[in-house]
Design a protein around this ligand. Structure first.
Ligand code: IVH
Length: 696
């Protein structure tokens, strides 16, 4: 079998398994077998880039970098919906519909209004060719590479039969091969929570809600990162030149059959009271969905009737959105506690009398910072309003003024932001332009030290899972560890026999922790194994503010050694992909502090890797040694990843933007005009794909 045939066969086979899994929840092969076939395909595609098919499942893992998204004009403008919060207004709308249809009977389709970002997806000849954001409704951004990472979205419909007899035709003739669909792209709740935990860990602010998180992720330059965030989308609209369907319902059924992710939550009803029943039914239930929701969309089912009703300037008359009011409840503010994080930031937390809100029991709510406390004017004992809207974390929106108490009692109980650290007593400070107060006692404040050690040992960093929160606390209390480098001086004799009753922070339950032979051995083994973690993980483990996992990987790949990183200037740091001013500043700050350099030195002595392993890319030549490169557009003989690999394996360095320091801008098809202009202004040498090949 030729490479082309095998590539086609593997592509179809993997797409078939993928469809089975995402559309029917059926796994016909194990994850391992799937990965094995995918590896084979990727290897073949690397050897024959020209044979990679547009629906190759390898698009799912991302990897391509798009620096500037092209602006695309929508074929059919993306309108918005008129909306209402009131049942009576819905009834009035229904009256207008009835009148507009001259008394004919009609049906509504009720759908959940998903709260993400609207996407327009174009299929040509059965292949997903373009994914575009709504933008201003007329023009949006072409984010196709990112869209292709959505695993529930077929990259191709009507896949051909493969030589595998098990695989029949999938896809569906009803929807044709050339059409546009619209849907809502979203970040599943569990992913949102995971990302926020990661952001808190590196000292970044939390993302406000899943909608913003989805919007930000869909527009990220690195599709590899997008792929890791498991975005998804629900499809709710079909459009094409042919009149394939008479009703919206028919189109939803056909889309579903063809493998698209159409939510099963829609319902066909005959009158507005049934619409209202649907609204009430979903008002609570919607919180259990994987996607944030903000209302219900009601649409006329029949396309001909839609045409009769037509549009206003901004929105169709045949549809309306009913929006749920953010659920708000009143409860007692029992106390406000102040928590000190790893970075020293002090966060106020409202301790509340438990209250049921959007299907969860709320006991605590963040108050963000000192300004927020001031704004709310809180006093302990107040009845406060707690709300859970698009946000997943509940928030206190104000004092329930209908239940205000005696002003004198309130004055005595006003919540004050402390001047000193609640954990160590140091005087707190606030940086110009920042909302948070910080404790300056980095080396002596227990929650900061503990936070740094917890960050260091986590799986994504040094992966020492034999040490947990409780054990760290004990080792700190006993004065055995003061910073992360002390872990590498631990011995059997220092640990054996230590014992303590520890109160678990989340459950409040007492647990006895004792360091017996097996425990000690596990801890020491875990620490020993951590010495094999690559430099990128060590760099992440150091806990430099704003340096997350991906940034650490990029820094390690670029500088290769800690010495080179420490020697880098602000300008050089900024040339690393993923590193902007904020990260560069934070790195410089961290690396200039004596105490951090001392810890790094101790970790080196302890045996940790401060050099990248040389297996990242196979070394081909030194042809590009010492030269920096950037590319724009697409290329005939390389995918973006391949081009990056070529540059690196021949000794060149890839940088993130056009600057005077850039040696070569490689210009491909559809190159970004702003980049070309900047390169021209700065006198940067621009070369074609062929000239690049000649350099090699
Ligand atoms: S239909 C003419 N259906 O809500 C507009 N929209 O304000 C037709 N949305 O931008 C849109 N879920 O992003 C429709 N089931 C659903 C939806 C939905 C969420 C979003 C969409 C649109 C906005 C309308």
């Amino acid at each position: 079998m030729s490479a082309a045939e095998r590539i086609e066969e593997l592509t179809n086979l993997l797409n078939y398994y993928n469809n089975k899994y995402y559309q029917e929840a059926v796994s016909e092969i194990s994850d391992q077998e799937f990965d094995f076939l995918l590896k084979e395909l990727e290897t073949l595609e690397n050897q024959h880039p020209e044979l990679k098919l547009p629906d190759s499942p390898s698009h799912r893992v991302g990897g391509g970098i798009t620096k500037n998204f092209e602006t695309v004009t929508h074929k059919y403008p993306m309108l918005s919906l008129s909306n209402t919060y009131s049942e009576d207004e819905l009834r009035e709308w229904d009256e207008r519909v009835k009148k507009g249809l001259n008394g004919a009977t009609y049906e509504y389709i009720c759908e959940i209004k998903f709260d993400g970002i609207s996407l327009s997806l174009t299929y040509e000849n059965g292949i997903l060719v373009r994914g575009v954001t709504r933008g201003d409704g007329t023009q949006g951004d072409d984010i196709t590479t990112n869209i292709k990472t959505l695993r529930s979205l077929p990259l191709k419909i009507n896949a051909k039969k493969t030589t595998n007899p098990q695989i029949g035709l999938f896809g569906n003739d009803d929807i044709g091969l050339d059409f546009e669909i619209r849907g809502e792209g979203f970040m599943p709740t569990e992913v949102f929570e995971r990302i926020n935990a990661e952001r808190e860990d590196i000292g970044e602010d939390r993302l406000a809600n899943p909608r913003n998180a989805a919007a930000g992720t869909f527009k990220m330059q690195d599709s590899g990162v997008v792929a890791s965030r498991n975005l998804d989308c629900f499809i709710y609209q079909y459009m094409s030149e042919n009149d394939n369907f008479k009703t919206h319902e028919e189109s939803l059924i056909a889309l579903k059959k063809a493998g698209f992710n159409v939510s099963d939550s829609y319902r066909k009803v005959n009158d507005i009271e049934s619409v209202i029943a649907y609204i009430n039914e979903w008002s609570e239930k919607r919180h259990s969905l994987r996607c944030a929701t903000d209302g219900i969309v009601i649409k006329i089912n029949n396309y001909a009737q839609r045409e009769d009703l037509g549009f206003t300037a901004k929105s169709p008359r045949w549809a309306i959105a009913y929006k749920y009011k953010a659920e708000s409840k009143s409860t007692t503010l029992l106390d406000v506690t102040f928590q000190v994080g790893r970075t020293g930031a002090v966060t106020p937390v409202a301790e509340l009398k438990p209250v049921e809100l959007s299907m969860t029991t709320v006991r605590r709510a963040t108050l963000h910072n000192a300004d927020e406390i001031q704004r709310l004017g809180l006093a302990i004992g107040d009845e406060v309003l707690v709300e859970k809207a698009g946000e997943i974390i509940p928030k206190v929106t104000g004092v329930d003024t209908s239940k205000l108490r005696n002003e004198e009692t309130r004055a005595d109980n006003k919540v004050q932001f402390p001047e000193n650290c609640p954990a160590c007593g140091s005087k707190l400070y606030r940086n110009e332009g920042e909302a948070a107060y910080y404790c300056p006692n980095e080396m002596g404040c227990p929650p900061q030290i503990k936070g740094r050690i917890e960050h260091f040992i986590q799986r994504k960093a040094m992966n020492i899972d034999s040490l947990g929160e409780g054990k760290i606390e004990i080792l700190m209390e006993q004065g055995i560890i003061q910073d992360v480098s002390d872990l590498y001086t631990l011995t059997y004799d220092k640990l054996i026999g230590i014992e303590k009753t520890h109160v678990d922070e989340t459950t409040g339950k007492e647990r006895k922790v004792s360091f017996k032979d097996k425990t000690v051995q596990n801890i020491l083994d875990g620490i020993e194994n951590s010495k094999n973690q690559p430099y990128s993980k060590v760099l992440f483990a150091l806990g430099i503010r704003f340096v997350g996992e991906t940034t650490a990987q990029k820094l390690a790949a670029y500088f290769k050694t800690q010495e080179a990183l420490e020697a880098a200037s602000f300008e050089e740091l900024k040339t690393v992909p993923d590193v902007g001013e904020k990260v560069a500043q934070s790195l410089l700050q961290f690396l200039k502090e004596e105490k951090n350099l001392r810890i790094i030195q101790n970790l080196k002595t302890g045996g940790l890797k401060f050099e990248a392993d040389n297996i990242v890319t196979e070394h081909e030549s030194n042809a590009l040694e010492g030269k920096t490169f950037l590319y724009t557009g697409t290329f005939a003989s390389f995918s973006r990843e391949e081009l990056e690999q070529k540059i690196e394996s021949n000794g060149g360095k890839l940088v993130s933007g056009v600057s005077k320091k850039l040696d070569f801008l490689i210009v491909g098809d559809g190159a970004g005009p702003s980049k070309l202009k900047k390169a021209e202004d700065l006198g940067v040498k621009m070369i074609s794909e062929d000239e690049f090949k000649a350099l090699l």
